[in-house]
Design a protein around this ligand. Sequence first.
Ligand SMILES: Cc1cc2nc3c(=O)[nH]c(=O)nc-3n(C[C@H](O)[C@H](O)[C@H](O)COP(=O)(O)OP(=O)(O)OC[C@H]3O[C@@H](n4cnc5c(N)ncnc54)[C@H](O)[C@@H]3O)c2cc1C
Length: 259
Amino acid sequence: MKKYDPRGSLAPRDIVARSIDSEMKRTGDDCMFLDIRKKGRAYLMKRFPNIYQKCMEFGIDMATDLIPIVPAAHYTCGGIKATTDGRTSISGLSAVGECASTGLHGANRLASNSLMEALVCARLTAARLGPHPETFGALPNIPEWKIGNAVPPDEAVLVSHMWDEIRRLMWDYVGIVRTNKRLARAAHRIKTLRREIRDYYFRYLVTPDTLELRNLAVCAELIVKSAQKRHESRGLHYTLDYPRQSKCIRQTVLDGFKY
Ligand SMILES: Cc1cc2nc3c(=O)[nH]c(=O)nc-3n(C[C@H](O)[C@H](O)[C@H](O)COP(=O)(O)OP(=O)(O)OC[C@H]3O[C@@H](n4cnc5c(N)ncnc54)[C@H](O)[C@@H]3O)c2cc1C
């Protein structure tokens, strides 16, 4: 790791993840290894009791063995613009935690920042809302749901396939290291998937899975469009085509976005 950053494994997560990714690609290995043996069994069992236990379940003793690791998605940097006391642009809607983009984390998420969100932002939001949270006010008149010619789904496997495909293409083309070409490939595929999902949505009776799939595709499209607009690398967004950080910070793709 020192080859990539003098801080070694304690460098920010984006740097560590990129380094692991780069070494895996260079060597063709399935994983890299974490070596924490020098800390000794007593320390490891006290400091990391759950991880120690979990590793043991897989036959890995952290005190004597190397731990196989690969980068994984384990946080996001928000999507809903919010203040630190959870306010959003929609009255009655508060956002706290991983879904909130408060600016606290910048374009990266450092270790244990979720604690700040969970403890500080949640508390500020609760204090702002008080015992009588604001409401949405009168709901608009929503017409009865018409099922039209929709029939019960006879091939629900399509949903899980499309779901898997989004997950895979986002990891492969919009993951740790991006390029214009990979993003274009992802954009093209997501466009087709959204058409297929819309078709499925109208053809068959709606289920929670269909709705979640539709939402996943919308999120994926927004992430890809945002990444394509960002001609720089910043925090978690790293692209080989624009490896440097630019001075211009925010651009939005929401204007004119068709849900
Ligand atoms: C493997 C891993 C390691 C991590 N390590 C760290 C770390 O070391 N330090 C750190 O700071 N952060 C870490 N994180 C990130 C941290 O866990 C998250 O940032 C934090 O949990 C986000 O909290 P949240 O309340 O916003 O969301 P969540 O904890 O995801 O809570 C969302 C809740 O909403 C529920 N939900 C979802 N959809 C619906 C629905 N439709 N209806 C009702 N309920 C719903 C979910 O079941 C869930 O309970 C890690 C995450 C992972 C996955």
